[in-house]
Write a protein that binds this ligand. Structure first.
Ligand SMILES: O=C(O)c1cc(=O)[nH]c(=O)n1[C@@H]1O[C@H](COP(=O)(O)O)[C@@H](O)[C@H]1O
Length: 279
C-alpha cells in the first residue's frame, strides 16, 4: 500500500493549520534565556515545551538536528522523543539535517530519516544537492516509498550562499536554477503538491529564479535574519501560495511560557496570510 504522499499531507496541513513552520533550535543562548541549564535536562525541557505548545496547531515543526547532536547520543534521544510526540500531536516534522553525500552513503541518511521503522523517521528532511542532484536519488526513492518529503537547498538565506548558488552551469543556468529544474521534474504531475520541496531564503529580495516547481518552498530567514512576512510576495511572486515560511528564533524567543510561544506563532500566521492575500 503506497502511503499518502508528503506533498498532499503538507497541502492539507497548510490549508487547515496555516502555512507556518516553526523551528526547534535549542541554541545555548535560548536555553539560558529560558532559565535552563545548557545541558541535556535543559534541552529536554526546552524541546518538550515547544512541542507541547505548538505541535497541535502549526503545520510543520522543524527540529534542527545540530542542536541535539551537540549533546551526543543523549541529545539524539531527546530528538527521537520530540519527533514521536510532535507527530502524535498532528504536526508534520521536517528534520533539518541538510545531509548530502555520495549516493551509496546517502542511502544510509535516507534510511535514518525516511524509513518508517527508523527511530528518527520524519515526515521530511532537508538535504544539500551540492554533491550533484543525482546523489540525492536514494533519499528521493526512500521518500516515495514511505510517503515522506525531501527539501533540497536551492537559494539559502545566508549571504555567503550566492557565490556557489548563483554560479552558472555550462548551459548558463545558475546552479540554483539547475537544482530547481531537477526538483520540478521530480514533482511532474503530482497533485495537489509534489513532495520534493526547495529551500529559498525569504531574505533574498527578488529570487531571480523560476520557482514553479509544483512543490513546497521552505522560506527561512523571517525574524532573526531580518526578513518579514511582508517580504514573501516580492521574493516568491506567483509561487507564494506554496511557501512554508519558517521561523525559529523569532518564535522561540517568546518562550518559555506556552502562551507566548502560541501567540507568536499565531501572529506570524496572521501576518503571512495577510501578505499572501494582499499581493
Ligand atoms: O534548511 C533550513 O531550515 C535553513 C536554510 C537556510 O537557507 N537558512 C536557514 O537559516 N535555515 C535554518 O533555519 C534556522 C534559522 O532560523 P531563524 O532562527 O528563524 O533564523 C536554522 O536551523 C537554519 O539552519
Amino acid at each position: 500500500m503506497i502511503p499518502e504522499p508528503f506533498g498532499a499531507r503538507l497541502r492539507h496541513a497548510m490549508d487547515t493549520r496555516g502555512p507556518l513552520c516553526v523551528g526547534i533550535d535549542p541554541h545555548a543562548s535560548l536555553l539560558t534565556a529560558w532559565g535552563l541549564n545548557d545541558d541535556v535536562a535543559g534541552l529536554e525541557h526546552f524541546t518538550r515545551t515547544v512541542v507541547e505548545a505548538l505541535a497541535d496547531r502549526v503545520a510543520v515543526l522543524k527540529p534542527q538536528s545540530a542542536f541535539f547532536e551537540r549533546f551526543g547520543s543523549r541529545g539524539i534521544a531527546v530528538l527521537e522523543k520530540a519527533v514521536e510526540e510532535a507527530r502524535a500531536a498532528g504536526a508534520l516534522v521536517l528534520m533539518d539535517a541538510k545531509r548530502g553525500d555520495i549516493g551509496s552513503t546517502m542511502g544510509a541518511y535516507a534510511a535514518t530519516y525516511l524509513d518508517k521503522d527508523s527511530p528518527l523517521f520524519s515526515d521530511a528532511v532537508t538535504v544539500s544537492p551540492y554533491l550533484g542532484f543525482g546523489s540525492l536519488r536514494p533519499a528521493l526513492d526512500a521518500a516515495v516509498l514511505s510517503g515522506a518529503g525531501v527539501f533540497v537547498l536551492a537559494l539559502t538565506s545566508n549571504p555567503e550562499g550566492a557565490e556557489v548558488q548563483r554560479a552558472t552551469a555550462t548551459d548558463g543556468r545558475s546552479l540554483a536554477q539547475l537544482m530547481l529544474d531537477h526538483m520540478a521534474a521530480e514533482n511532474e504531475g503530482a497533485t495537489p503538491l509534489g513532495s520534493v520541496g526547495a529551500v529559498v531564503g525569504a531574505t533574498l529580495g527578488d529570487a531571480g529564479v523560476n520557482l514553479a516547481i509544483n512543490g513546497p518552498l521552505l522560506a527561512p530567514g523571517i525574524g532573526a535574519q531580518g526578513a518579514t512576512p511582508a517580504d514573501l510576495p516580492g521574493v516568491f511572486g506567483d509561487a507564494v501560495g506554496n511557501v512554508v515560511p519558517s521561523v525559529s528564533r523569532g518564535v522561540l524567543s517568546r518562550g518559555p511560557d506556552v502562551a507566548g510561544l502560541r501567540a507568536a506563532a499565531e501572529r506570524l500566521t496572521d501576518e503571512v496570510r495577510a501578505a499572501v492575500a494582499g499581493r
